[in-house]
Design a protein around this ligand. Structure first.
Ligand code: PLP
Length: 451
């Protein structure tokens, strides 16, 4: 490198000063600056004008800053959006979280005796009641619930887990039932066919090596036509007769009748499934339950107790913050207060959504964009009830001066990021999944995105 080139290299201090207004910790900015100067040192012919250099860095830092976890306005109409953190929590759970997070607490302390207490004993009572089970406990998520259940039952020469070929599903995010079985030391014993599995198939498969009969709720897809699946009651009777545990992974597991809240399918509840004679079930905390990320295991006391004694259980246990929020959410179900955001969203009427949409559109009149109300189809999402679409109301936008994809990008990159979707050449924002308290911010974001 020549001396002239070297003198054109940006100086670290000067660069940092020029980026002073970027709201990221200094070491993060510094590492990016150092990296970029190093690259320029190796390619001196590429050294840009200082102002251009700063602008490029600023853009990069702003992009980086948008990868921090932040609140997003969900205008996709997908209620349980895995990319957007699944179920938003009720305010009461957030308040509880705040108080537990910033103070000491009685997590493993019995205030009655002053002795060491039983972690989450009260929560487990609540979980058992909402699940209609003898006993219940919680772990990190439903995937780990399934793993610990498998590890508990698969041992010695009993390693075979019987499952119908119609239930060897991929849940999403690479979570495949056959892989989970393998990783848990189980031997997959698949029976029946894709479209038909009978009780006889299960009966014929049972041997001395059978550890467990497993059912997996087909949550994210549906089958029609020439299909048959063994009835849960009959399977439960068979399992009991043969002395084999029978478990079901429910996935979403709504603890209330979802069809009473909106025009959606009935999602089997934990208590309905357990009443059919299933020994043990697991379901997610942050899908239709509307709580924090967790996996709930519920069923016969003896089995839940055994699972809690597994050495591996310790590795999957929830922390105090999750436990306190789960407690708050399950308590609110038990009190009959279903102020669960996704259930509220599910029950919003199109009239309510329409008047909100019109109020927002009224304030968009002067802008270089066409805005009107449109029809939307909200979905439950989170791999739940793929068949159910809920009629909804959208705000349909078309900018006059640039493309809808540019509008989508501007809205995503707003200080209050907005996600929507493009259909029929329009950018659509489904109001069912936007909290009414966000309407003001949504309006501002649209205004900024077009100006
Ligand atoms: C979503 C789902 C899971 C995984 O649940 P997580 O809580 O995300 O671990 C497992 N099984 C079924 C059937 C599901 O739908």
């Amino acid at each position: 490198m020549s001396k002239a080139d070297l003198s054109r290299l940006p100086a670290v201090e000067k660069t940092l000063q020029a980026l002073e207004e970027v709201d990221l910790p200094r070491p993060i900015i510094l590492s990016l600056v150092r990296q970029s100067i190093k690259e320029l040192r190796n390619n001196p012919e590429k050294i840009p004008d200082f102002n251009d250099y700063i602008n490029t860095l600023r853009t990069e830092l702003n992009s980086l800053s948008r990868t921090r976890i932040a609140a997003v306005i969900n205008g996709t109409g997908v209620l349980i959006h895995t990319n957007m953190g699944r179920s938003p929590l009720p305010d009461s759970a957030a308040e509880r979280l705040c108080s537990i997070a910033t103070n000491y607490n009685n997590l493993e302390l019995d205030l009655n005796t002053g002795e060491r207490g039983n972690r989450a004993a009260y929560l487990e009572k609540c979980l058992a009641l909402v699940s209609g089970s003898e006993s219940a406990t919680s772990v990190n998520n439903c995937a780990s619930a399934l793993v610990i259940i498998l590890r508990h039952f698969v041992r010695g020469n009993k390693r075979r887990v019987i499952i119908s070929r119609s239930q060897l599903v991929e849940i999403g995010g690479g979570f495949r039932i056959p892989d989970i079985l393998l990783a848990s030391g189980a031997v997959l014993h698949e029976i029946g066919t894709t479209n038909k599995t009978t009780v006889k198939d299960y009966e014929n498969a049972i041997s001395d090596e059978t550890a467990l009969i497993l059912k997996v709720h087909q949550s994210n897809f549906y089958m029609g036509g020439f299909i048959e699946n063994a009835e849960t009651e009959e399977l439960a009777q068979l399992a009991k007769k043969k002395g084999i545990p029978f478990c079901e992974d429910l996935g979403s597991g709504a603890v209330v009748n979802t069809d009473e809240f909106g025009p959606v399918d009935h999602e089997p509840t934990p208590s309905e499934i357990l009443a059919k004679g299933v020994d043990l079930i697991c379901y997610s905390g942050d899908k239709l339950l509307g709580g924090p990320q967790a996996g709930i295991i519920a069923g016969r006391s003896k089995l839940v107790k055994g699972i809690k004694k597994e050495p591996f259980f310790r590795a999957l246990r929830c922390d105090k913050l999750i436990l306190s929020m789960l407690e708050e959410v399950t308590e609110s179900y038990l009190r009959g207060i279903t102020e669960i955001p996704i259930l509220d969203m599910l029950s919003s009427t199109t009239d309510e959504l329409n008047s909100r949409a019109e109020a927002i559109i009224k304030d968009l009149k002067e802008l270089p964009l066409s805005a009107c109300t449109g029809k939307g189809e909200s979905r439950i999402g989170g791999g739940t009830m793929p068949k159910s679409t809920i009629p909804s109301v959208t705000i349909d936008l078309k900018p006059e001066k640039f493309s809808t994809s540019k509008l989508a990008k501007n809205l995503r990159c707003n200080t209050n990021p907005v996600m929507g979707y493009t259909a029929d050449g329009l950018f659509k924002i489904d109001l069912r999944t936007v909290f009414p308290r966000q309407d003001e911010n949504l309006l501002e974001a649209i205004k900024e995105a077009v100006s």
